[in-house]
Design a protein around this ligand. Sequence first.
Ligand SMILES: Nc1ncnc2c1ncn2[C@@H]1O[C@H](COP(=O)(O)OP(=O)(O)OP(=O)(O)O)[C@@H](O)[C@H]1O
Ligand SMILES: CC(C)(CO)[C@@H](O)C(=O)NCCC(=O)O
Length: 277
Amino acid sequence: MMKKAFILLLDSGNTRLKCRVISTNSSPKTAEEAVIDNHTPEQLKIWLEKCLVQYGILQAAYGVSVASIDLQQKWESILQTVQPLSPVQIEWLNVEENSLGLKNLYHIHQLGKDRWYSLLGNFTYTEKKHTPFLSISFGTATTIDAVVNQQFIGGVILPGIKMMQQSLHQGTALLPEVGLPNQIDDFPKATQQAIEAGIVLAQSGAVLIQIQKIFQQYQQIPTLYVSGGAKQSMLSAIQEQYQQWSSYLSLPHMVLIERHSPVLDGIEAYIANRNCC
Ligand SMILES: Nc1ncnc2c1ncn2[C@@H]1O[C@H](COP(=O)(O)OP(=O)(O)OP(=O)(O)O)[C@@H](O)[C@H]1O
Ligand SMILES: CC(C)(CO)[C@@H](O)C(=O)NCCC(=O)O
C-alpha cells in the first residue's frame, strides 16, 4: 500500500498566513485549509502536527511571501521541527513574465508575489480566457489588478480598509477609529458615518474607475474576482456604484465572484502545470 503523504501550500501575507494541504494519494485532493495570524506563529506547528497524523508525511512545500524575511524564516523553522527526520524546505515561488498562458506586463522584480499568484488563480478559474477581469484583494493593502486579452496590463495599490481607518484615527486629534458599516449614507451627517462612508467609497470608487477605464479602452465590462479579509464589507458598495453608472448607459450586467483563496489556487495550478510538463 502507498504511504500517505501531502503537499503544503503557503500564502504568507502581511497580516496572516494562509495554508492548504493537498493530499497526494487520496481523493478529494485538497484536504484542508488553515489561517494563522502572523502574531501567533506557533499555531502553524500545532496545525501541521495534526496534519501529519491525518495525512501522512509532508512531501513538499511551496510558498508565496510578501511578508518579512524573518517571518519566512519562522515558517521554515517550524517545518523543520515538525518533521525532523525528513525535513522539507519551503520552495518560495517567484513572479514570472509568462505563466499558464498569462503574460505579465508589470515590472517582474517589483510585483508582489501574492498579486501574481492571485492573478494566476483567477485566470485558471476563468473559463473564457479572453474575458477581461479585475483581480481585487481587500487585504492589508487593497490591490486592483487588470487582465485583458490574457495579459496582466497593470494594477493599483491602495492602503487597506483597516489601514485607512487606523491612519485617520492616528493622524488626527478628533477622529475615532471606526469599524466597517453595513449600510452607508450618501451624505452622512455624523463623524463615524462620515468616516465609514468615506473609506468604503474610496475603495469601491477605485474599483469603479478601473472598470470604467477598461470599458473606455477595450469596450468590455470586466468580471470582478474579489478576495481578502475585508471583502464582505465592500461587495454591496461595488455593486451599487456599478449599477448607478451602468444604468445611465444601458451597460451589461457585471459579474462579481467572491474568491476564497486565489493565491493558493494560483500556486496549486502553477505547481500542477510545472510537475506535469
Ligand atoms: N471584518 C473585517 N473588517 C475589516 N477588516 C477586516 C475584517 N476582517 C479582516 N479584515 C482585515 O483584512 C486584512 C487581512 O486580510 P488578508 O488575510 O486577506 O490579508 P493579509 O494576511 O494581510 O494578506 P495580504 O498581505 O496578502 O493582503 C487585515 O487588515 C484585517 O484587519
Ligand atoms: C501590495 C501588497 C502589500 C499586497 O499584499 C504586496 O503585493 C506587495 O508588497 N507588493 C510589492 C509591490 C508591488 O506589487 O508593486
